[in-house]
Write a protein that binds this ligand. Structure first.
Ligand code: AMP
Ligand code: GLY
Length: 427
């Protein structure tokens, strides 16, 4: 099978790396790809949202399966273009992808189909928001409707702060994501976990789960980011986590999609808050997570390509894959001013020479004459396996030290969290 992976992040580097090792995979191409995928596969210089150009090249290259990484490509209808061209595609059409691209669509969908989620009010103007907040008590989560690359959610402790956020958004005319609608949502208490399912258009099968670290600083301080690290499997959740999620979330979502004539083929990322009453959905994403994918792929065994192509053909074969019992921890190295800006870094070594069991996945970057130019932001995800979470964590931070030595002076421009997968002392 000849596979095209669409996207340019560390997530796509990890997906391509695992797909290439699948027995059923003959070759992997990545568009536009990054330095890591340039080393291991073949990159095509086409951006992820250019559906028609991607399809034309995919036809020439006789691609059998397209795997779509980023939400921007889903929202741009890239999967729709591939399906029109009869190329098997893993990633939902634009319409089903609204579970991620519109928080209002997702919220109303969950309400229609009895999926547990935070209660929310939808507002369309500042006056509307002010009226709703007049009657609000307690903490309030303010969310922009559209795709905002992690910048569209503010968790506020009280009404006054929530009011300041909506005044700033509406007053400046700059609501993150560019829309005009906002959700005011009840704040849920509990622990967060990301559960990934594979959808084949008829059902969702739980795939794997992970915990990620969204805030920039140690001990969950600083601004929200795309994710500064992750580990898998999650620690401290019920052993039958996947069964609970299947019954309470995945099955009602599948029934709801069928009732609304939506066909969802691809990864469904359930961002959950595990509350005293069990899981409630914080958000859906219509794709794999970044950096969660970087810690899931090293644990996958079997024929991952076959799992994805069987889903794309409408009959998922879940038994084509399994997961190693090992834990995996991933630490993101980011430029110091991330997420405020992304400062490019030029001239990094392409081969990082990590010792056994450790992997480096590149974020947005290019490879030229054996040297990497990074766009900055999330530069690298370093991952390591271990028999226990503690061992995986120690190995991952060893990888950070190894890469730090290899990068020499450039390491000074990078920052990372020191507390990824650090569990309470009682764990
Ligand atoms: P989202 O982009 O929807 O994942 O939101 C970003 C982060 O904000 C989540 O990972 C949570 O930590 C937090 N968050 C969002 N919605 C809620 C909520 N209703 N209650 C508590 N925290 C939330
Ligand atoms: N790790 C968060 C995301 O992929 O959206």
């Amino acid at each position: 099978m000849r596979i095209l992976v669409i996207g340019n992040g560390a997530r796509e580097d990890a997906l391509a790396w695992r797909l290439a090792q699948s027995p059923s995979c003959e070759a992997v191409f990545v568009a536009p790809g990054n330095a890591g995928t340039a080393l291991r596969h073949e990159n095509w210089p086409i951006v992820a949202t250019e559906g028609r150009a991607l399809v034309a090249r995919a036809k020439d290259a006789q691609i059998d399966l397209a795997v779509i990484g980023p939400e921007t490509a889903i929202a741009a209808g890239v999967a729709d273009r591939f399906r029109e061209a009869n190329i098997a595609t893993f990633g939902p059409n634009r319409s089903a992808g609204r579970l991620e691209s519109s928080k209002i669509f997702a919220k109303r969908f969950m309400e229609r189909h009895g999926v547990s989620t935070a209660k929310a009010r939808i507002v369309h103007s500042l006056a509307n928001a002010e009226r709703v907040l007049d009657d609000w008590s307690g903490a309030c989560v303010v969310k922009a409707d559209g795709l905002a690359a992690g910048k569209g959610v503010v968790v506020t402790p009280d009404v006054a702060t929530a009011r300041a956020v909506v005044r700033e958004w509406y007053g400046s005319g700059r609501i993150p994501g560019g829309g005009s609608d906002v959700l005011l949502e009840e704040k849920l208490d509990g622990r967060e976990v990301s559960v990934f399912a594979l959808g084949d258009g008829k059902r969702f099968v739980p795939f794997a789960s992970a915990c990620d670290y969204k805030r920039a600083g140690d001990a969950d301080t600083g601004p929200n980011t795309g994710g500064m690290g992750a580990y898998s499997p999650p620690f401290g959740f019920p052993g039958d986590l996947h069964d609970i999620v299947r019954e309470r979330i995945l099955e009602p979502v599948a029934r709801g999609l069928a009732a609304e004539n939506e066909r969802y083929v691809g990864a469904l990322y359930c961002g959950l808050m595990w509350t005293a009453d069990g899981p409630a959905v914080i958000e859906f994403n219509a794709r794999f997570g970044d950096p969660e994918t970087q810690v899931l792929m090293p644990r996958v065994r079997g024929d991952f390509a076959r799992a994805l192509v069987s889903a794309a053909h409408g009959a998922l074969e879940p038994d084509s894959i399994s997961f190693a019992d090992d834990a995996c921890v991933g630490v993101v190295l980011a430029t110091a001013d991330y997420p405020r800006t992304s400062t490019p870094l030029a001239g990094l070594p392409a081969v990082l020479g990590l010792s056994e069991g450790k992997l480096a996945f590149w974020g947005g970057s290019t490879l030229r004459d054996g040297v990497v130019d990074s766009k900055g932001g999330r530069v690298l995800t370093l991952t390591a396996l271990g028999a226990t979470l503690a061992e995986a964590r120690a190995n991952a931070y060893d990888a950070v030290d190894e890469v730090g030595r290899r990068l020499g002076g450039a390491a000074a421009s990078l920052t990372y969290r020191r507390d990824i997968a650090a569990l309470p002392p009682t764990a």
